[in-house]
Design a protein around this ligand. Sequence first.
Ligand code: FAD
Ligand code: NAP
Ligand code: SF4
Length: 677
Amino acid sequence: MHAQYPFLFKPLDLGFTTLKNRVLMGSMHTGLEEANDGFKALSVYFAERARGGVALMVTGGIAPNRQGWLTPFGAKLTTAAEARAHQIITQAVHAEDGKIALQILHAGRYAGHPMAVAPSPVRAPISPIRPWEMSPRLIRATITDFAKTAALAREAGYDGVEIMGSEGYLINQFIAPRTNKRSDEWGGTYENRIRFPLEIMRAVREKTGPDFIVIFRVSMLDLVEDGSSWEEVEQLALALQTAGATMINTGIGWHEARIPTIATQVPRGAYPWVTQRLMGKLNIPLITTNRINAPEEAEAILAAGHADMVSMARPLLADPYFVKKAWEGKSGSINTCIACNQACLDHVFEKKNASCLVNPRACRESEMPHPIAMTGRKIAVVGAGPAGLSCATELGAMGAAVHLFEATAAIGGQFNMAKRVPGKEEFEETLRYFQNRLEETGVQLHLNHRVSPEDLILQEFKEVVIATGVVPRKPPIEGIDHPKVLSYIDVLLHQKPVGKKVAVIGAGGIGFDVSVYLTTQYPEQPESIADYQEEWGIDTKYAHRGGLKTPTPEVSPRQVWLLKRSKGKFGDTLGKTTGWAHRITLKKRGVNMIGEVGYEKIDDQGLHIRVKGELMVLDVDHVVICAGQEPFRKLQEPLETAGVYVQLIGGANEAGELDAQRAIAEGLDAALLLANR
Ligand code: FAD
Ligand code: NAP
Ligand code: SF4
């Protein structure tokens, strides 16, 4: 029995096979499924995670036929040749003593191509495509296709499959009255609506035999109107057990639900209560999911009997060795997923390969060079923001003598402001990770040390990485030095008092964050799960189908105007998978969003603006400037003149379009470049 995490490390006996612990790596589409040489890259990606100790992994969604493609020419498994191509993955995983299941996903009306099909021709609110109604013949053929794909997965060496029955995809579309308007044997009564998933389950079991893992992912909480009722969820789960499911995984929320369910503002462990409702009702193991990103969290869920297993997807993208570190009692060394979605889901939505903001190696494992010895090299890294931290620890890990200089009393740079934004508390975890990593890699940290070029030259540094970040842009507005004017640094870092009426200039990521901060009643207290449920209208009593109720209206402590000069939707520059939720939050708090603004002046009366030619005065107590940033790289020129090799990274390199993802990735790339110099 493991002393610290006895429940997490208790093996799970499935009868014909045993899982070595209770961690499942949930399915995540990475884009490698469709990339050239993608399966080779995936084999390295999954093998590393198997080496990291996870009990069972699930691949990204693979379609059982062409209509089921998520995007045109998406990954499918319909032929023996395609099955052979998967063997590189299964063999690599088995060589590391791991287990892997293939997820079978039919997109239904979420398909991004004209062949999209669904039980009824009802367009999804998030898709421009109206699906074709499936004929009874096509329904039967699709069931056969699911079974055939499962059999091919077995042939390819997979230990099992996961049938994707949640998140609003095809199977879910059959189950819910919201999308199933049929009146034949596949629609109408609940028995008819669940005929499709049950027949798939039976056919898959029949084709794959009794000793093959079949996980069925059930949508236990749809979070859309006209979803399933709780009684129906229970009935389906029981019927799936009878039909041969090995385990039931929990699905939360359809993609079209207007409730954030995995983003960083969702409190940790906000959903195991759903799985818990089903515990004790079935004889097969239940897997819970969503916003579980720490071993302590997972252990508590299992110990409380809320589930038999926990699913984590993004946390294992962020740290392939999550499970191993927990086993070795080194959970402080885990590179925690901060649930930002920026490099994983947002990338996939933008049709780019996934990676991870805190782990730029993710999905690039096969491109990474072997470790290079840098012993005997003395390197200065200036600035301990995300870019500097990433670069210094990478150089330290390769054996260089690294001196990291930071002007302030703490590491983290702008993350020290980001972590103060309500809902972004997870950003602190990245700082904890880097603090540990600095020690592990032997980096010499010099806090409260604003270095000058002369310092570095005197200390005989021949190689310097400049990671000094950015300075806030001061827009040339008349009255910009008026006492009413504050910068986002004044508000978030120095916590200067802010009045009841505030104008925010600039509606980029920071303008949004500052507006969230200013409209939160107690910004220093992380939101509780109960408050999150009230805010978004999630009904734990499940009184209505889909588990929705009326959200509690929000009261803002301030009146806020969020302003920008450009045209277009507010929040357009934020992440695809999170921007909409921030917009809804600010709207609910009554923030006035005004675009196409001209800034005239700031004086005792407030902020004078021009909107569509008309002059207006916003009678505000404060104006907070969030108008972007400029690079801060004063050290570069004198160092280069003195013959020092200089590399610029993060904000110091380029302030436009800068985010932490780029900063951390540039830190890694600069370290590799220096190593190969
Ligand atoms: P910085 O973080 O600016 O760090 C530079 C460091 O250099 C500072 O610590 C500074 O003190 C130090 N320094 C400067 N000069 C010297 C010197 N001469 N000697 C020694 N030290 C020096 N990004 C995201 O991707 N996602 C988000 O959700 C997100 N949210 C944010 C929210 C807020 C409120 C803010 C302010 C930023 C947010 N960002 C976010 C942006 C992200 O934090 C930055 O992109 C990132 O911090 C840039 O990293 P950097 O290392 O280049 O610079
Ligand atoms: P930003 O996203 O570039 O936004 C800057 C805003 O300032 C824009 O809305 C711009 O809008 C306005 N602006 C620019 N020049 C101006 C001027 N001279 N006068 C008045 N307004 C001006 O930058 P940011 O908000 O400072 O964020 C910095 C970086 O941090 C961003 O790249 C972002 O990716 C990252 N970040 C990300 C998140 C996230 O949630 N993912 C959160 C915070 C920060 P108009 O031109 O329309 O006026
Ligand atoms: Fe987690 Fe963000 Fe990395 Fe995605 S990009 S895995 S959400 S830390």
